[in-house]
Design a protein around this ligand. Structure first.
Ligand code: GLY
Ligand code: MN
Ligand code: MN
Length: 412
């Protein structure tokens, strides 16, 4: 609200409940912005902010679906006005049916309306969301108002995590750790990738997670070279490695982990060499995540680290590097994705990318080497918090990653 223009209103809508067909629906996931700003995790909720409202009680308003006994019997309790105040800290709660009237009245006092458009750098939305429909209707009804964007403000404030958020993210990582440790005693030749998925889900849900923070990638052997492998339907073979990009959500916060382990509990010499090369890149990359680092520069440095490891492994030679195309450097043949992304309420979270990094931003670090010719793909991924001073704090510091520890636990 401090950053809004004078005489302006900002509105934030919930996500829709998406239909499957007949009367079935996809489980509800709240839009992360209204959740971040209000804590309201219920469909059809609207948050309205109007810092200069003439009537003080209209500076913050939460509109919620009217609840009644019939709804309570079929769907369980929805937010009452009292409960809505309790979760959000907002004193003025109205039923949703009052929105049009209240909004019209407040818009007569306002000059500017803030719309919450999706400006995430990877967005690719074809659906017309509830927010989109609100924006369209609003533009028709109030063509004389100025418009402004909420999204850059949210990207900035959501990118820097509050202590309460870091605590929840640590919880998510701790649940992920339990899942991973459970697997180390479970994976063996012949096991199917979906059996591993089931073990993880069991461990996540029994620890009060809703489940996976994103669709799990459980990729044995050459499946690891399909970066977005989601089938998870093959048997794990003796001698292969298994790449698992799997992590729990907790309280709507994501964690994001990747580990690569030997199916039979022992790395071969070659597997170990490639694994340790990835691990060294990860450790060196992590050290660069400090206040002031620029995302684009960081990725260039990571490319240099990787190039030197690939030379060491004999996957590139000096000529490959000397003749490389600066737009697509030689290392990209074996490491074709980014090293880091913001993480938080979204797995690929909001956050500034073109300005220097700041303390309490949370990033993944996830280098990989993918060699289809050798039937292996290795990625290692942790989530780390940038500190005011010194190296980042690793939220996954307790999740086994060294070759020796993985082998020991798999053979215990
Ligand atoms: N699991 C998605 C990612 O690593 O970015
Ligand atoms: Mn991941
Ligand atoms: Mn990631």
């Amino acid at each position: 609200m401090n950053r809004m223009r004078p005489k302006s209103i900002a509105v934030f809508n919930s996500n829709d409940i998406y239909p499957i067909s007949a009367d079935s629906v996809v489980p509800f996931e709240q839009h992360r912005d209204i959740f971040y700003l209000s804590g309201a995790d219920q469909e059809e909720t609207i948050l309205l902010l109007f810092p200069d409202a003439m009537d003080k009680k209209h500076r913050e308003i939460l509109f919620v679906r009217e609840t009644n006994e019939h709804i309570a019997i079929w769907e369980g309790e929805k937010l009452t006005k009292e409960k809505a105040t309790e979760v959000s800290g907002i004193r003025t709660i109205y039923w949703l049916k009052e929105f049009d009237k209240v909004f019209f009245d407040l818009m007569t006092e306002a000059d500017t309306i803030y719309f919450n458009t999706n400006e995430h750098y990877r967005q690719a939305v074809e659906t017309r969301t509830r927010e989109d429909r609100f924006i369209l209707a609003c533009q028709q009804k109030f063509p004389a108002h100025q418009v402004a964007k909420s999204n850059p403000i949210l990207q900035e404030i959501r990118g820097i995590k509050e202590p309460e958020e870091l605590e929840l993210m640590q919880m998510a990582c701790n649940i992920t750790e339990k899942g991973f440790r459970r697997l180390l005693g479970f994976v063996k030749p012949g096991v199917y990738e979906y059996e591993i998925e089931a073990e993880l889900l069991h461990e996540f849900v029994r620890n009060r997670s809703k489940g996976f923070a994103y669709p799990p990638i459980i990729a044995s052997g050459n499946n690891a070279n399909v970066l977005h492998y989601l089938e998870n339907n093959k048997a794990c073979m003796d001698g292969d490695m298994l790449l698992m990009d799997v992590a729990a959500e907790y309280a709507n916060y994501s964690s994001d982990l990747t580990r690569t382990i030997p199916v039979n509990g022992r790395f071969t010499k070659r597997q170990k060499d490639v694994y340790n090369a990835v691990l060294r890149v990860k450790n060196e990359a992590t050290k660069m995540l400090v206040p002031g680092t620029l995302w684009a520069e960081y990725h260039k440095e990571c490319g240099k680290l990787m190039t030197s490891e690939l030379l060491g492994l004999g996957l590139l030679d000096k000529a490959d590097v000397q003749n490389e195309n600066p737009e697509w450097p030689a290392y990209k043949k074996y490491f074709m994705h980014g090293t880091s992304h913001h993480i938080g309420l979204n797995t690929h979270d909001y956050g500034a990318l073109k300005t220097p990094m700041k303390a309490n931003m949370v990033f993944t670090v996830e280098p990989g080497i993918y060699i289809p010719d050798e039937k292996m793909g290795i990625r290692l991924e942790d989530d780390v918090v940038i500190q005011e001073k010194g190296e980042p704090f690793n939220l996954m510091r307790n999740i086994p990653i060294e070759v020796e520890e993985i082998e020991e636990l798999m053979n215990a």
